[in-house]
Design a binder for this molecule. Structure first.
Ligand code: ADP
Length: 366
């Protein structure tokens, strides 16, 4: 009973909090929110979560069962990644703020000539942080985030894949303002006549184009609740041309530069004890050409070395009885990194980077 009372009180507080949130949204003038506004927003999100409030808007579209299933599979209310967890990529963060986050926060401003981009594409070599950025967008937006992989859309049954795409967009509209994130969009929408193109992918592609066009019509804007499509690919040149045109903002996510590599190493080692001889600058200098994912693997490998040294030659009972506090204090040394650097090679080839840069100069946004 007491729990119910609490929940009721919280639910009664929601309208007040919603007002508070609206005020906050109207007051937001710059991408960098003042701390106080952020605090308000966090409070609203926390109270909503405790009171079990759905992310807004009940779904009354067709196929409610499919919508419920999709919602379970792809709705990501709080992936927990913040801008600061993503090293470097400041230009990409700025573009995403402007193209995705701000139109969701202040739809009144993004009208007419300022209408939001129909779709945003992040492209670049694998492991450079595209998915991480999408998750940061979701957390920072505090709005509905639908995280779609191709496997959740493609189905063998005739007509089922298109039905899923339609339902996905219906769901996004019901939960608007919202963002649909489609990872590895190339596997869903390869270019016409490409080897992977078959009947299903042709139909899915056409449905996706129809749905993206539909987002741009006036009802979407009248409701003042935009739905944005955010997509990611490691192979932008394989994308269907019609889809490329609809993904109007195309943001290049490159390999990390020296400064970003330093930042990334520091983020990865945040809760690890470091030996005084560890020279992060040197590690960053020696990892040119490594992706964020490669660097994370190096940090992971290096940070395990101390434990490997400690247990060498010990029997299982001795290992089990080692003091936990002592293990946690084992520092990561420069040698551990040098050893990891010998083992782990960069995964992205120079040819791949060249291809991305060429595509960026032809089709990319700045
Ligand atoms: P992509 O989607 O571009 O293939 P991901 O976003 O999935 O790459 O990145 C894979 C992993 O690499 C992440 O989970 C993270 O650990 C690490 N990573 C890559 N880029 C960054 C970055 N810029 N900042 C922090 N971590 C990164």
């Amino acid at each position: 009973g007491q729990v119910n009372n609490y929940r009721n009180t919280l639910q009664q507080a929601i309208p007040t909090l919603n007002n508070c949130r609206n005020t906050v949204q109207q007051g937001v003038q710059t991408p960098q929110l003042p701390g106080q506004v952020n605090n308000y927003r966090n409070t609203v999100q926390q109270v909503n979560a405790v009171a079990g409030v759905k992310p807004k808007g009940e779904y009354n579209g067709p196929d409610p069962q499919l919508a419920a299933r999709l919602e379970k599979e792809i709705l990501d209310t709080n992936p927990g990644v913040r801008w600061d967890d993503v090293a470097g990529l400041n230009e990409a963060k700025r573009l995403l703020q402007e193209a995705v986050v701000l139109p969701l926060w202040m739809p009144e401003y993004f009208q007419g000539i300022r209408r939001p981009w129909r779709g945003v594409l992040m492209f670049g070599p694998p492991g450079t942080g595209k998915t991480l950025l999408a998750k940061a967008v979701a957390t920072e937006c505090g709005t509905t985030f639908l995280n779609v992989s191709c496997s959740s859309l493609l189905a063998k049954l005739y007509g089922e894949s298109e039905r899923r795409v339609r339902c996905l967009f219906d769901l996004a509209r019901a939960r608007a303002p919202s963002t649909i994130f489609i990872d590895e969009i190339d596997s869903l929408c390869s270019a016409r006549g490409a080897p992977g193109e078959n009947e299903v992918s042709r139909r899915v592609k056409s449905e996706l184009l129809v749905q993206i066009d539909g987002l741009n019509n006036s009802t979407n804007n009248i409701a003042g609740k935009p739905v944005t499509v955010l997509a990611a690919t490691n192979f932008p040149w394989g994308l269907d041309e019609a889809l490329r045109r609809r993904l109007e903002k195309r943001i290049y996510i490159p390999l990390p530069d020296f400064k970003s590599r330093k930042e990334l190493i520091k983020i990865n080692l945040i809760s690890i004890t470091l030996a005084p001889d560890l020279d992060i600058d040197q590690v960053a200098r020696r990892t040119e050409g490594f992706s964020g994912d490669d660097l994370t693997n190096i940090c992971r490998d290096a940070s395990l070395s101390g434990m490997r040294r400690k247990i060498a030659g010990k029997n299982p009972d001795e290992i089990k009885n080692m003091s936990k506090a002592e293990i946690l204090k084992i520092p990561v040394m420069m040698d551990d990194f040098l050893e990891a650097l010998d083992k782990i090679q960069p995964t992205v080839s120079a040819v791949d980077i060249e291809r991305h840069e060429k595509w960026f100069s032809e089709f990319g946004s700045t």
